[in-house]
Design a protein around this ligand. Sequence first.
Ligand code: MF3
Ligand code: CO
Ligand code: CO
Length: 258
Amino acid sequence: MSSEHIVLLSSSEIDKMRRAGKLAAQLLEHLGKLVAPGVSTQQLNDEAEKFTKARGAKSAPLNYAPRGCKPFPRSICTSINDVVCHGIPNSKQVLKDGDIVNIDVTPILDGYHGDTSRTFLVGNVKLEARKLVEVTEECLRRGIAEVAPGKRFGDIGAAIQEYAESFGYSVVREFVGHGIGKQFHTAPQVFHYGVRGKGPRMQAGMAFTIEPMINAGYWKTVLLDDGWTALTEDGSLSAQFEHTVLVTQTGADILTKI
Ligand code: MF3
Ligand code: CO
Ligand code: CO
């Protein structure tokens, strides 16, 4: 199997993706209601695990170990302030007033994955950080607006990059969106920067994530010794939003919505 090959889902697979996506959206909504100063990221993790199991699903991140990485030790990712992605929940890590926190969930239901994340505001957040979060959500919206059969993956990246950079923000390069289905991460890589008209063509039946990580400062990241937590190199804030989308005959369906 070529790593370039992009799977087209059958209608029964699409049904399962819809159910997994909906569960992911419900889980994320549930966790969002718990976000408040004083709550630990471990509490969010434990609630996610409970919610997921109660619905007959599994948490894809737990023990996920791609190409020789250490197994990811928790069920969700929680990424606070200058953490770009893949923050590891911890009972000693407590949300503080003024933080921004991305919660990224991926339940597996009936063998199929739903992957979604949002950046939440904790209590009273400074205007500067709120602006970054708002622009990042709009980046995702603009990326999704490019999805349709016959369009190119470069169209998605270009739309996101143009919008983010117009505010002086930067697009993280080291992490990308991905094909998704029976597998958590598969072809194609979905870049959040790029050039219109470049990249593979989208076709009805493709499912992938769009998950822009936008930094207030420079785009470079550094990895902590835990092997997972990625931070902005310059210490600037980073926000992220993610949906799993399906290419339809006419455009896009967001699978990770309630
Ligand atoms: N959910 C993340 C993504 O959007 C991947 C997390 S991998 C983990 O692709 F192991 F850190 F959970
Ligand atoms: Co993803
Ligand atoms: Co995700």
